[in-house]
Design a protein around this ligand. Structure first.
Ligand SMILES: C[S@@+](CC[C@H](N)C(=O)[O-])C[C@H]1O[C@@H](n2cnc3c(N)ncnc32)[C@H](O)[C@@H]1O
Length: 279
């Protein structure tokens, strides 16, 4: 008997690469809701295709984690959409892309997309999401500047680091920003950061739920510290907060106020766009 269902793919990621399954799972849980804050049918499809005990490993999602992940992804989606409106044939470089399905949410049919991730994460992505003619996969640590040689920035470049930099050491984050400023003048890096208290908890092994232990997160940055990113390189021209929009229920009701309450706002997770000057 034959079946139209694509074959299930076993995921055997561990440690930091396994976090790509965590974010995918929560986006898919959110996308299944009728009142979802982020349409992401590809994430749902992937979770159904991957042979991995998602719920057993990560626990049931009561609706909060999925929504927060989706709102964060939405910040990056908006930045990419704005970039593609200005540079329709530009290059979008997704550092630490894991199993993000952003391409299926915001691609414009003309841009070039590059994924840079660790070899085991890229191998799984390649099997599940074989790259189309405008997509490329680079199996390489983002701390190895060789990925930069593969980027054609001629028609504009936007680099994303979504859910990535917290796993690097502070010096590596600095070097990455400096490298991007040096190699991609006129480009923008959109990144997100966990606050210092969260980074400390992860590094002390205190982020545990349903038996899943989040890996250490050596780099934390309080939202109030974002301007310090400019010290990485003189080519940093502008640093801009990217705030989540929308949101459902209590999260949606509180979001507009959180950014305005000084103590909370200073120590919240942040998404930031770093623009490099056009030399
Ligand atoms: C939390 S996941 C985020 C995946 C995706 N960006 C998302 O938001 O769903 C972190 C990703 O960063 C990748 N990663 C971590 N350290 C990396 C490094 N040094 N170089 C390249 N990728 C890295 C992991 O393999 C994983 O895919």
């Amino acid at each position: 008997m034959t079946s139209d269902q694509p074959e299930r793919v076993k995921a055997e990621l561990e440690a930091i690469p396994e976090t790509a399954l965590w974010t995918l799972y929560h986006r898919a849980v959110e996308a299944r809701r009728l009142d979802t804050v982020l349409d992401d049918p590809k994430a749902v499809e992937l979770v159904e295709r991957i042979d991995y005990p998602f719920e057993e490993r990560f626990g049931p999602d009561g609706g909060l984690q999925g929504q927060l992940q989706a709102l964060r992804a939405g910040c990056f989606d908006r930045e990419i959409e704005d970039f593609l409106a200005r540079c329709p044939r530009g290059t979008v470089v997704c550092l630490g892309e894991g199993l993000e399905t952003q391409y299926w949410r915001v691609d414009n049919g003309r841009a070039t997309w590059i994924t840079v991730d660790l070899p085991e994460a890229v191998a799984l992505r390649e099997e599940l999401l074989p790259p189309g003619p405008r997509q490329r996969l680079i199996a390489c640590s983002v701390t190895d500047p060789r990925w930069m040689d593969e980027v054609d920035a001629e028609r504009g470049v936007l680099i994303t680091a979504q859910g990535l930099l917290m796993y690097l050491r502070p010096g590596e984050v600095r070097d990455l920003i400096a490298g991007c400023a040096e190699r991609f003048p006129g480009g923008t890096l959109v990144l997100d950061a966990v606050p210092r208290w969260f980074s400390r908890m992860a590094t002390q092994g205190k982020l545990r739920s349903h038996g899943y232990q989040a890996p250490p997160m050596p780099w934390g940055m309080d939202a109030a510290e974002r301007d310090k990113l400019a010290t990485a390189h003189p080519g940093v021209a502008e640093i801009r907060d990217v705030l989540p929009v929308g949101g459902r229920g209590v999260v949606g009701a509180l979001l507009p106020y959180l950014a305005r309450l000084p103590v909370v706002s200073a120590r919240r997770p942040s998404v930031v766009a770093v623009r490099f000057s056009d030399r």
